[in-house]
Ligand binder design. Structure first.
Ligand SMILES: Nc1ncnc2c1ncn2[C@@H]1O[C@H](COP(=O)(O)OP(=O)(O)OP(=O)(O)O)[C@@H](O)[C@H]1O
Ligand SMILES: [Mg+2]
Length: 496
């Protein structure tokens, strides 16, 4: 009795220790990989990484693949530990009780390995394909949800539903093949387990006269049966683990992305600001190495505090100029100096602290207005209130406007109001350079007047580059640069 209790306690301890160890290590590993992935994704360059990787693909990795790492992998590892120990124990027990079963076992192992290799090669490729084919589903779902008003307005539901069905079908086809391959493997493994069992029983029967007791015969048969099922369990668990390692491989790929050189700023760099003079010197750039130049031999000098307007046909490279100023596109030749310093030698973080951009479609977060104006909580309530007054955002609601709740993607704000928030951020940041891309195109006259007055008062000392097709506020600009095919074709001085 005591010996049974002792065995039970020892076996419990032997199960609990590896269980707890695996869980602790897997939580720690998942946590570290998650941290690394998020940091790397935030620091990955916009070009080419974010430009070439749709959000659906990224969301898939930080949801489905990470889930596999959190929940599937540790339990697979545990399962494999249990089935492999059962496998080894049964293997030796079989040999101890009936030495001749050793004749069958090497053949069995070789056959299992053959099928295992065959299955795992196909299945791991199918798992990769399955994970890849899921990203477009997430992407399409996101696009359709955000654009559902426009889609319905144009009566374009059917093509969207057809496209969605098509990508779901692709995903289902791959999934069916994956499950089919698992069925193929499972069937063969079970069949060969049965064959091992039969072979060992035959061996036992052939030497039944030589085995000393009937107990020995039954033990040999019982262990042969268990061995057959444990071998199949071992290979199934091993293959599941290997397939789930594909998720680990995908997560690790995102935790080793090339980083943009946005190093941590030193204290003196944090407080220094880049001056507002901009010089493009025979600057050429392109989006990808194999694609044609978008800006070619572009030369332009913009003095501090100047207000510049850039016009040009669609595709002439206006928005590209902004990307180069923010250090997101690198030059293929020539140089770009800001405040007399070549931007390739300026820390990316410092560069973007000194430049504000007001895009056509500003980024708005879910939360209150204060959080949207000052996401890093750097400014006092007084400064923020002042900005709300300047931008007239204080007229948005009655009462405490800073607590005004903004919905996802700023759905409860007009485009003009979103741009005013963006202006508010630029005022708070006190940047030396402000870039505005088609800001006034969707604004009513009143909001445009607010912007014009901000430009001539608050941003008097700031260098401003504007892309705008509207002709009504020409007089505010020192220069109008006409761009053609990535080159300056003409500069007009409105004052003259
Ligand atoms: N992400 C990108 N990847 C590759 N090429 C791009 C990308 N964005 C723009 N381009 C190409 O660069 C060229 C200039 O584009 P850009 O967006 O700068 O034009 P734009 O003058 O701002 O046009 P618009 O008036 O329509 O906004 C175009 O030929 C465009 O096809
Ligand atoms: Mg543009």
């Amino acid at each position: 009795m005591q010996i049974y209790v002792l065995f039970s306690v020892i076996s419990m301890i032997l199960i609990i220790i590896p269980f707890v160890t695996i869980i602790i290590f897997s939580i720690r590993a998942s946590h570290n990989i998650h941290e690394k992935m998020i940091n790397n994704l935030l620091q990955a360059p916009l070009y080419p990484f974010h430009d070439q990787n749709p959000t659906g693909r990224i969301i898939n990795r930080i949801s489905r693949d990470l889930y596999s790492l959190d929940l599937d992998l540790p339990f697979n590892a545990l399962q494999l530990l249990i089935s492999s120990s059962n496998y080894v124990i049964n293997f030796f027990t079989c040999i101890i009780f009936d030495f001749w079963s050793l004749i069958v076992l090497p053949f069995a192992i070789l056959i299992f390995r053959y099928y295992y290799n065959y299955y795992i090669q196909i299945s791991s490729q199918l798992t990769r394909l399955q994970a890849k084919s899921k990203s477009p589903i997430l992407q399409k779902m996101q696009e359709s949800l955000y654009g559902r008003t426009t889609i319905s307005l144009f009566g374009n539901d059917i093509p969207f539903i057809d496209k969605f069905n098509e990508i779901v079908n692709t995903y289902s086809k791959i999934s069916i093949h994956k499950f089919g391959s698992l069925g193929f493997f499972g069937l063969r493994i079970s069949l060969f387990s049965l064959l091992i069992y039969i072979a060992i029983i035959m061996i036992v029967l052939f030497q039944i006269n030589y085995l000393s007791t009937s107990t020995l015969v039954s033990i040999s048969i019982i262990y042969a049966y268990s061995l057959a099922s444990y071998v199949s369990g071992f290979y199934t668990d091993f293959s599941t683990l290997e397939l789930n390692l594909v998720s680990l491989e995908r997560c690790l790929a995102y935790s080793n992305l090339p980083k943009e050189s946005v190093d941590k700023l030193k204290e003196d760099e944090r407080n220094s600001s880049i001056q507002g003079k901009i010089e493009f010197q025979n600057y050429s750039t392109k989006y990808r190495p194999e694609w044609p130049l978008v800006l070619r031999d572009f030369s332009l000098e913009i003095n501090e505090k100047e207000k510049i307007r850039i016009i040009g046909r669609t595709g002439s490279g206006k928005s590209t100029i902004f990307l180069t100023l923010l250090g997101m596109l690198k030059p293929t030749s020539g140089s770009l100096l800001i405040g007399g310093i070549d931007i390739s030698s300026i820390n990316g973080d410092q560069l973007r602290r000194s430049i504000s951009i007001i895009p056509q479609e500003p980024s708005i977060f879910m939360g209150n207005l204060k959080e949207n104006l000052d996401p890093k909580n750097l400014y006092s309530d007084e400064e923020i209130n002042n900005v709300l007054k300047i931008t007239r955002l204080n007229k948005l609601i009655e009462g405490d406007v800073m607590k005004f709740q903004i919905e996802e993607q700023g759905r409860n704000l007009s485009l003009g109001q979103k741009q005013l928030i963006s202006f508010g951020r630029a005022i708070l940041k006190k940047s030396k350079i402000i870039l505005m891309d088609e800001v006034t195109s969707a604004m009513d006259l009143d909001t445009e007047l607010v912007i014009t007055s901000i430009m001539s008062s608050i941003f008097k000392e700031t260098t401003i580059i504007t892309i705008s097709h509207k002709m009504n506020i020409l007089s505010n600009y020192h220069k109008i640069v006409i761009l053609d095919n990535g080159k300056v074709s003409k500069i007009v001085y409105p004052s003259s």
